[in-house]
Design a protein around this ligand. Structure first.
Ligand code: FE
Ligand code: FE
Ligand code: ZN
Length: 293
């Protein structure tokens, strides 16, 4: 059997005054060997100039601590909606933001950017998929980087697209030059979308048959506040939701996902980041009852 290569980390803030240096320091304090960050606020496209973000210092520290940059992740701001032709201004802004974020991602030495596929706003999933594919085609022709885009699987709230493997596959297929397109599998989202994660072997088999495992670039490891099929998208701490520790632990250590970065996006509790404890439990495979107390 192949030796287990587990890259496990969490979402980490990038904020004043230390910016990327602070991001890397926080990841180290969580005991992580990978992490994910936004290059600015998640909910808007205002971005500080790269020169102010202490990128060189952060990268030097990450290198000294043994982080592998090919396993790090940037998340694009979620205000982007490139799945809606009907609003040309937002559509164009979304394409520009995708390109800009890919270039920013590259400036950190990061190779993978997660993108929410967006909402068809009532115009039908097929139209949304077509619009997004066109936007991705434009972005991938003009960004000039080697950054890959990981399209995230969504929970199916509102008019989201990308709510099952067939829709994701259809997005990828409609982009002619798609070798830099991949997938981010979010455990909370796919459970909310209706996939039964208690039988993860079947889920990952289906993923492989429809999309192909070689497209899987990152896994978001989250428990869910809601039962399978709820279409809500509300993350919960590991062991406190409907998925539970055993199901998530099996996914984290699944041999078919070996070497793929796994990122926690679970909520703070009592204003505390939960990541150090969650990483420890998932790495060791040993759950600590009532660990939030
Ligand atoms: Fe996301
Ligand atoms: Fe996610
Ligand atoms: Zn989510």
């Amino acid at each position: 059997m192949e030796k287990e290569e587990l890259y496990l980390g969490s979402h980490v803030d990038l904020k004043a005054p230390n910016y990327y240096l602070g991001t890397v320091n926080d990841a180290i304090s969580y005991g992580a060997n990978t992490f994910m960050f936004y290059t600015g606020a998640p909910q808007n496209t205002f971005r500080k100039p790269l020169s102010e973000l202490k990128i060189a210092e952060g990268r030097a520290l990450a290198k000294a601590k043994g982080f592998d940059e090919s396993k790090l992740i940037v998340h694009a701001p979620y205000i982007i909606n490139a799945a809606n032709y009907a609003n040309p201004e937002l559509y164009e802004m979304s394409i520009n933001t995708i390109v800009n974020e890919m270039r920013r991602t590259a400036a950190f030495g990061v190779k993978i950017m997660v993108l929410h596929p967006g909402s068809h706003v009532g115009l039908g999933a097929e139209n949304g998929i077509k619009a997004l594919a066109k936007a991705l085609d434009v972005a991938l022709r003009s960004d000039g980087t080697d950054v890959k885009i990981a399209i995230e699987t969504m929970a199916g709230k509102g008019h989201e697209i990308g709510v099952n493997f067939k829709e994701i596959k259809s997005i990828i297929d409609q982009v002619p030059n798609n070798d830099r397109l991949g997938v981010c599998l979010d455990t909370c989202h796919i459970s909310d979308a209706g996939y039964d994660l208690t039988d993860f072997d079947s889920v990952i088999k289906e993923f492989d048959e429809i999309i192909g495992l070689d497209r899987l670039l990152v896994v978001h490891v989250n428990d869910s506040k809601n039962p399978m099929g709820a279409h809500k998208d509300r993350h919960e701490n590991i062991g406190y939701g409907y998925l539970g520790f055993e199901v998530l632990n099996k996914i984290v250590h699944h041999p078919l996902l070996n070497g793929i970065p796994k990122i926690l996006e679970t909520p703070y509790y009592n204003e505390k980041a939960p990541y150090k404890q969650e990483i420890e439990m998932l790495r060791s495979g040993k759950y600590v009852d009532n660990w939030r107390d």
